[in-house]
Design a protein around this ligand. Structure first.
Ligand code: SAH
Ligand code: SF4
Length: 359
């Protein structure tokens, strides 16, 4: 008994041919799922009734995410969705659009997916971390977030161009389901995104980074570092191991070597906590020559009372990294006013999304 969105194409082939149907029927089913964004067995267009009956008899269904609420940012480029999973679990998914040069008709459309309801890592400045862990999402529930947005975009003659695993939860603490979701989203017979259009962001589950490297995928990896030394990092990421900083830099180098893809370190800048020139120099010394890139993220407001540094301090931090020979950019945040920016995703009572009601 499974959701058809869970099956990799090869697995679906087995179900279809095992039931006495030709293999091309599996392609029709996949087309109905990923090009048709089917929401139930009935809406799977163009397949014979006998095949639909086979799925039904075997207990297979077609799941979908139910849209509970949609909030759009003032500039229209960021959309946050509150989605309900089959068992009632609520999660958030964000669509970020970046207009193209010829007027925004075919913008880059990046979906930021959640991989867990809540998160167990407890990062002090992250709204999701502060709500605690509820449960892992299944691969088909991750795929459902993308399919849901894909359906909405198709109505505007647009499509999903990128997926980032940067929503609620720690993707590499839910490794098997995250990997299956990546395969479904990038399989040419399923959702069909290029592997290079997918990025996984992790707080640094070492064993899973190693495993991911061994999969030999072309998926991008971002590691949330936030500090150049272990003492400070453990204050910001309480679940980090006592040697996480050095371990993560080594893991990033290995990932880059095995996959050929450059790794990004994310560094949330917190006013007065990790934004000093001395820490910038320490970070530069740590990363110079590692071939990695640093993405500085002035922290977004959450209930923890953390503030972004003044602009001048952000730019000074960036300059020190550059002078120290480290590639670096400052992230332009989108969607802060609708609490859709990094670390603001939270679905418990009265926070985040719910407060956006007043918009
Ligand atoms: N668990 C993964 C992916 C989800 S968090 C991870 O931690 O990487 C995605 C990114 O948002 C991470 O880099 C995280 O550090 C960052 N983030 C969390 N809270 C934030 C906040 N309040 N402001 C800015 N970035 C934040
Ligand atoms: Fe979890 Fe990432 Fe938030 Fe940390 S920043 S609590 S790992 S979602």
């Amino acid at each position: 008994m499974s959701d058809l969105y869970r099956f990799l194409p090869e697995e679906l082939d087995t179900v279809v041919t095992g039931g006495g149907h030709p293999r091309y029927r599996a392609d029709q089913v996949l087309h109905g799922l990923y090009q048709g964004s089917a929401v139930d067995l009935q809406s799977l267009a163009g397949i014979p009734a006998t095949l639909r009956a086979l799925f039904f008899e075997q207990g297979h269904s077609v799941g979908s995410a139910g849209e509970v609420r949609r909030v759009v940012s003032d500039d229209g480029e960021t959309t946050k969705l509150l989605l309900r999973m089959g068992d009632g679990t609520l999660i958030e998914t964000v669509l970020m659009q970046y207009p193209d040069e010829d007027g925004g008709k075919h913008p880059r459309s990046t979906v930021c997916v959640s991989t867990q309801a809540g998160c167990a890592m407890g990062c002090v400045f992250c709204a999701t971390g502060q709500m605690g862990f509820e449960r892992n999402l299944r691969a088909e529930e991750v795929v459902a977030q993308v399919v849901h947005i894909s359906r909405a975009l198709r109505e505007r003659e647009q499509h999903v161009t990128n997926v980032v695993f940067m929503g609620m939860g720690e993707p590499l603490a839910n490794y098997p389901e995250t990997l299956r979701a990546v395969k479904l989203l990038t399989h040419p017979r399923a959702f069909g995104l290029g592997q290079r259009s997918v990025t996984i962001s992790t707080v640094g589950v070492l064993r899973s980074i190693e495993r991911l490297a061994e999969e030999k995928l072309q998926v991008g990896l971002a590691i949330s570092l936030h500090a150049p030394n272990d003492d400070l990092r453990r204050r910001l990421v309480p679940t980090a191991s006592p040697t996480s900083v050095g371990d993560l830099v080594a893991a990033a180098k290995r990932y880059a070597k095995t996959t050929g893809r450059r790794v990004t370190f994310e560094y949330a800048l917190l006013d007065g906590l990790n934004d000093s020139p001395a820490l910038a120099r320490e970070l530069a010394a740590l990363l110079v020559g590692s071939g990695t890139h640093v993405n500085l993220i002035p922290v977004n407001a959450t209930s923890g009372g953390f503030r972004p540094p003044p602009r001048g301090r952000v730019l000074a931090f960036e300059a020190i990294l550059r002078e120290g020979g480290v590639n670096c950019t400052v992230r332009v945040e989108k969607g802060a006013e609708i609490a859709a920016a990094c670390g603001q995703l939270r679905t418990d009572e009265g926070r985040g999304l719910i407060s956006a009601d007043s918009l």
